[in-house]
Design a protein around this ligand. Structure first.
Ligand code: ASP
Length: 439
């Protein structure tokens, strides 16, 4: 049994957290490959090591004073080393970092030092081998991740290693330049390592006990989702539910490796298991609810639209021309509505409307702004009758006016459009009807 275990910044923010992580790793022999993040926040007001590194680099590269920030970073690592009673001196590492900052080694290099140093400490603390991610995770010249070369190199390198620490978040281009993934990218590294070694499980340790059925800022103490499929997760993540980096799904998904989201502060909680498919019955008809505010709709009407071949394409080409991606396109016989992100649309609003007029000569075009979309997601919906009925009667009882309904052909989700102002009320109503009444 081989497990890749990734620990997020809050799990490694202090010596105290490191000790919890050490206990977790030692309690299971399968936890052989460890991917650490950089030290995160110890409290709400604290700063992440990654953010300090960016600040420090910017100051050094622009010729401003940077020493104080560098000292602050050094102190954070010293606190961990001392708290763990390690006999480790990072002075030469910091000297190299300072020199490279002054030589403008790049912001990615700067940020990557957070996980690099934490990886060295972690390897020392556990007695595991340290493998610099720059030697095994590769990026193309254009900055995109190089899947094949990485998979081959990592696989070969780790085949002969019993236990190792591979820092998250970064890798290198072939000329040695350090490159990072986008923020939160240690999740991606964990997934890449899990794929390369054909792990049985990718454990992603964080500070929550898994994915929640709904946003805790809207629903008080929502239930934890026990098992979720990759597809369900994509739907929820797209609509704003975040715990895991979006790109972390793809490498393991292709290999059928499950991801287990776990809580470092509550290691006995089972967390959420993310799988390709499962026979396990979900606890409720729906798996989760997520949503976003800030959409607008462009409603286009034209008599006999239904007979005009190519109408939809011509309309969408106008959006394409301005680089605006559409979210949903519900249509009627003589109407077509395009939902877009308000922030993407606003700048080009008048040009898009003019473009639509030129392209398809509609009878009229109407805009509605300040809309929210809510996704109700669940593999259980396919086999259950009346899900949509329950959603809409719950919304009607809560006096929420439904502006749009879209059930994906996968029968995995129902998307509902409401006014921004009704967003929270709608989510509460849906949560109540499925979770509270089925519990
Ligand atoms: N340390 C990086 C960040 O703060 C990457 C990570 O934590 O995954 O975004």
């Amino acid at each position: 049994m081989k497990k890749v275990v990734k620990f997020g910044g809050s799990s490694l923010a202090s010596a105290r957290q490191f000790k919890k992580v050490g206990d977790i790793i030692r309690s299971d022999k399968a936890r052989r490959f460890v991917v650490p993040s950089a030290p995160g926040k110890r409290s709400d007001k604290d700063e992440k090591a990654t953010d300090l590194l960016y600040q420090c680099y910017d100051a050094a590269a622009e010729g401003r004073s940077y020493k104080k920030i560098l000292e602050k970073i050094q102190e954070r690592y010293m606190e961990i080393i001392d708290g763990l009673d390690l006999n480790l001196n990072l002075d030469h590492e910091f000297a190299a970092i300072e020199e490279n900052f002054l030589n403008k080694a790049g912001r990615d290099y700067a940020a990557s030092r957070g996980e690099y140093l934490n990886g060295i400490i972690m390897a020392e603390y556990l007695g595991y081998e340290f493998i610099d991610a720059a030697e095994v995770i590769f990026f193309n010249e254009d900055g995109t991740f190089e899947t094949e070369a990485t998979n081959k190199e990592l696989g070969e390198r780790l085949a002969h290693v019993d236990k190792a620490v591979i820092p998250g978040f970064y890798g290198a281009k072939h000329d040695g330049t350090i490159k990072t993934f986008s923020r939160g990218g240690s999740d991606v590294t964990g997934s890449i390592v899990a794929k390369a070694i054909h792990a049985d499980m990718y454990e992603n340790w964080t500070d929550v006990s898994g994915f929640l059925v709904a946003d805790p800022r809207i629903i008080k103490n929502p239930e934890v989702i026990e098992t979720i499929t990759y597809r369900e997760l994509r739907e929820l993540a797209y609509m704003g539910a975040s715990v895991l980096h979006e790109d972390a799904i793809f490498p393991v998904r292709k290999e059928g490796i499950p991801i287990n989201i776990r809580n470092t502060n509550k290691p006995d909680d089972k967390g959420t298991l993310i799988v390709e498919s499962t026979c396990r019955k979900p606890n409720y008809t729906i798996t989760g609810i997520a949503g976003k505010r800030g959409f607008c709709s462009i409603n286009i009407e034209k008599a006999m639209m239904n007979a005009e071949v190519g109408f939809g394409r011509k309309v969408l080409e106008v959006f394409e021309k301005y680089g605006i991606s559409f979210e949903h396109i519900p249509s009627g016989i003589d109407t077509m509505t395009v939902f877009v992100h308000q922030s993407e649309f606003e700048e080009f609003e008048q040009s898009v409307i003019a473009g639509i007029h030129r392209a398809v000569e509609p009878d009229f075009v109407e805009l509605e702004s300040d809309l929210a979309l809510i996704a109700v997601v669940g593999r259980g919906m396919k086999a259950t009758r009346g899900t949509a009925g329950r959603i809409f009667s719950a919304l009607a009882h809560s006096r929420v006016n439904v502006k749009m309904i879209d059930q994906g052909s996968s029968e995995l989700n129902i998307i509902i459009g409401v006014k921004n102002a009704d967003f929270e009320t709608a989510i509460k109503a849906i949560y109540d009807i499925f979770i509270m009444t089925e519990a």
